[in-house]
Design a protein around this ligand. Structure first.
Ligand code: HDD
Length: 761
């Protein structure tokens, strides 16, 4: 099954599906006569259509991809037509009364084209507008039937097709990828018992506890309404005004100010279902569960200045990274982990598992890995797939259920609701990317853009005229909600209240901060300083720092100093004496806890070139990098070929101008006196080197190029006087050992030992 899922409909075969591989380009100067219309080439043939609605999903086949074939349009060899299928003779000139006369209203071809164009845009998502997605599959490692009857977890090796979309939250559809923000991590499982959407984020907690505050949160973080600034940024008055008045957001603020909010790649971040969910087995017994996605490549982030610069040079940085990896066959992979626990355990916890501002430390409930997700195919069309995909927390399948998390309750309503205006009506489930692989039969009818043609005169139940069909499934096959007392302890009076433990706003904020490495703590402090220094109202800054005193006096004191204010008195707490926490440090919360396997597959390495490079050592580095799956790119001052001392030819892939240093994970400086002299004469080189150094990346300087490091004023040792493990200097004779060191150092976490605040040298 694995081979099928990975291979059959995967990205590798994409060009072959539509004849792109043998699409002929007309030779220059030759007129090609237009092809005649090919009969029967319609993409909506009945035969394909039945794939979606007629048969049950086959295991091991990426059934979503397969069935999307019925709507894939391939225009290879076809004539240009109107939407009515009428061939268009002239696509250059509108119909006019004479060459210089007025255009005619009768020109239905012009009018159809313009009318369609005028309506091309749909509303962007109210949040998570900017995102990128891909197809793939989920594979279950072991049957999980002990806990759940949910279809994807039934058998070892069972494969379920998925579509995943990653996103930023605050920025608009055309905004930048590397903003400081939470990242959405949404996965649609097309299970053979209906669609299940796990709509999570790359952080395991959230800003607020109750959905009634969501519109306030979003209005506060989005660009301010009077002047629509700033774009894709939380560093402004309204956001900090709101969160400083909402102490429950403190834990999430710690995550948002951490490096998690500036990931290196979508492929290198964790995902979390955030809420506590429920799993139910065949015997209708239920357990509680939290979902975790763990990236195979480990968790890696950018540094802030790098993220800022990248947003200018390549606003599509994460989109490009995901796309290119999949195109290259480097299919990103995550393992799905579960924290499974019982109601009785949950009652003992010092926090409430219905509170989305709290996590369950892995030291308290370990994460067990149950399967993996592989993304192995890019969409064919961004709009049709990535833009029109509609994730809804309400999309759940038998074997899973919600809990009473009040944030989740609002979400169950909100997602379906928003799709109705975003996608233009209640039939968005029929869009190919949203349609389940499982068959759909019910008595819902009509509505805008209905695709299905329901037969017969019966659209009600019970009925006798259609033999009672479609039948109600009953508990054995259908979705059932777990039968539980609404609130086992308290009276169930209608009221607008919260459970008491929700009022502990600081214990886990402290836990997160205290679990970070020194470098991560410093980054969190820098991020708070940056954001609060953008706040123009001093009272907001003071209130925020006053709140942080409760989470970390150390952090608050640093901020007070950095923001030029006296340390304020702590903000009064909602709960003076919260329950004492089970753990005071959770190493799993540090990004450094999951560095990956140290490999450097898909990491981008800039190799600077110029005329007169020492070719032999350079070629050796390039092939060593390629051998371990890294992506070396030859960067010149201009495009064209640089000739090495031994006559070797190196063609530039990009230039220092169009691919600046901060876009790369590591840097190689070449040997060769002539080349070094040429590079030294170009100030871009020194910028390149400095960006690599200050962003704590690995640099390999071969032979004569060591001069470029001193030219760029790169300190040869760390501020504490020790050797810099990310700075590798080598002469030709030691090249082999140096290359091995270089590769090892790229695979390690960044070289944060270089950091100084403020930066020196
Ligand atoms: Fe949400 C989109 C994740 C709270 C209402 N949300 C959206 C997406 C993700 C999340 C990943 C984008 C899905 C995609 O790629 O299309 N949202 C979360 C998480 C939350 C959360 C992890 C907290 C645990 N969201 C939340 C609340 C509400 C919403 C409390 C409303 C009560 N979210 C929405 C929405 C969006 C959305 C307005 C906008 C576009 C969409 O749904 O499809 O309905």
């Amino acid at each position: 099954t694995q081979a099928l899922a990975a291979g059959m409909m995967s990205n590798a075969n994409k060009p072959l599906e539509h004849g792109e591989a043998h699409a002929a380009t007309p030779p220059v100067g030759v007129t090609v006569s237009p092809p005649s219309r090919l009969p029967g080439a319609s993409t909506l043939s009945e035969q394909n259509f039945s794939g979606k609605t007629g048969t049950a999903a086959l295991e091991g086949v990426n059934a979503t991809i397969d069935t999307l074939d019925r709507v894939r349009v391939d225009s290879t060899g076809q004539l240009l037509t109107t939407n009515q299928g009428v061939a268009i003779a002239d696509n250059q000139n509108s119909l006019k009364a004479g060459a210089r006369g007025p255009a005619l209203l009768e020109d239905f071809i012009l009018r159809e084209k313009l009318t369609h164009f005028d309506h091309e845009r749909i509303p962007e998502r109210i949040v998570h507008a900017r995102g990128s997605g891909a197809h793939g599959f989920f594979e279950c490692y072991e049957p999980l039937t002990k806990f759940t009857k949910a279809a994807p977890f039934r058998e070892a090796g069972k494969v379920t097709p998925v579509f995943a979309r990653f996103s930023t939250v605050a920025g608009e559809r055309g905004s930048k990828d590397t903003a400081r923000d939470v990242r959405g991590f949404a996965v649609k499982f097309y299970t053979d018992e209906g669609n299940w959407d796990l709509v999570g984020n790359n952080m395991p907690v959230f800003f607020i506890q109750d959905a009634i505050k969501f519109p306030d949160l979003v209005h506060a973080v989005k660009p301010e309404p009077h002047h629509q600034m700033p774009q894709a940024a939380s560093a402004h008055d309204t956001f900090w005004d709101f969160v400083s008045l909402m102490p429950e957001s403190t834990h999430m603020l710690m995550w948002l100010m951490s490096d998690r909010a500036i990931p290196r790649s979508y492929r290198m971040m964790q995902g979390f279902g955030v809420h506590t969910f429920r799993m139910i087995n065949e015997a209708e017994e239920s357990v509680l569960v939290k979902f975790h996605w763990q990236p195979k490549l480990g968790t890696h982030s950018q540094v802030w200045e790098e993220a800022v610069k990248i947003s200018g040079a390549d606003p599509d940085f994460h989109r490009r990274d995901l796309w290119e990896a999949i195109e290259a066959g480097e299919y990103p992979e995550w393992e799905l982990g579960l924290q499974v626990f019982t109601e009785e355990q949950a009652e003992q916890f010092s926090f409430d598992i219905l509170d989305a501002t709290k996590l369950i430390p892995e030291e308290l409930v370990p994460v067990q890995v149950v399967g993996r997700m592989v993304l192995n195919r890019n969409p064919d069309n961004f709009f049709a797939e990535t833009e029109q995909v509609a994730f809804c927390t309400a999309h759940i399948v038998p074997g899973l259920d919600f809990t009473n998390d009040p944030l989740l309750a609002g979400r169950i309503h909100s997602y379906v609701d928003t799709q109705i205006s975003r996608l233009g009506g209640p039939n968005f489930h029929e869009l190919p990317i949203n349609a389940p692989v499982a068959q759909v039969h019910n008595n819902q009818r009509d509505g805008m853009h209905r695709q299905a043609i329901h037969r017969g005169r019966v659209a009600y139940e019970p009925n006798s005229l259609a033999g009672g069909c479609p039948f109600q499934a009953g508990a054995a096959q259908g979705f059932t909600s777990v039968a539980r007392r609404i609130d086992a302890k308290a009276s169930a009076d209608k009221s607008r209240i919260k459970p008491e433990k929700f009022a502990d706003h600081y214990t886990q904020a402290r836990l997160f901060f205290e679990s970070q490495s020194e470098a991560e703590k410093a980054h969190i402090g820098n991020a708070f300083r940056f954001e609060l220094s953008k706040v123009t109202v001093p009272a907001i800054r003071e209130r925020m720092v006053a709140s942080l005193v409760n989470a970390s006096p150390e952090l608050a004191a640093r901020l007070a100093q950095d923001l030029g204010m006296d340390l304020p008195a702590p903000l009064p707490k909602a709960l003076e004496n919260p329950a004492s926490p089970e753990v005071r440090s959770s190493p799993a919360l540090s990004l450094l806890a999951r560095p990956g396997d140290g490999g450097i597959r898909t990491r981008k390495v800039a190799v600077l070139i110029a005329q007169g490079v020492e070719g032999a050592s350079l070629a050796k580095v390039v092939s060593a990098l390629m051998a371990v799956g890294a992506v070396p790119r030859l960067i010149g001052a201009r495009l064209g070929t640089s000739v090495g001392i031994g006559g070797e030819k190196f063609a530039a892939d990009a230039t220092m101008e169009n691919a600046p240093g901060f876009l790369f994970d590591a840097l190689v400086l070449p040997d060769g006196a002539g080349a070094v002299e040429a590079l030294d004469a170009d100030a871009h080189t020194l910028e390149f080197v400095r960006a690599q150094y200050w962003h704590c990346k690995t640099i390999l300087a071969l032979g004569a190029s060591q001069a470029l490091l001193s030219e760029a004023q790169i300190p040869m040792t760390l501020p504490d006087g020790s050797a810099d493990p990310g700075l590798i200097l080598a002469d030709a004779a030691e090249a082999d050992a140096a290359i091995a060191d270089f590769i090892r150092a790229i695979g390690a976490p960044r070289h944060f030992g270089r950091e100084n605040d403020p930066p020196t040298a």
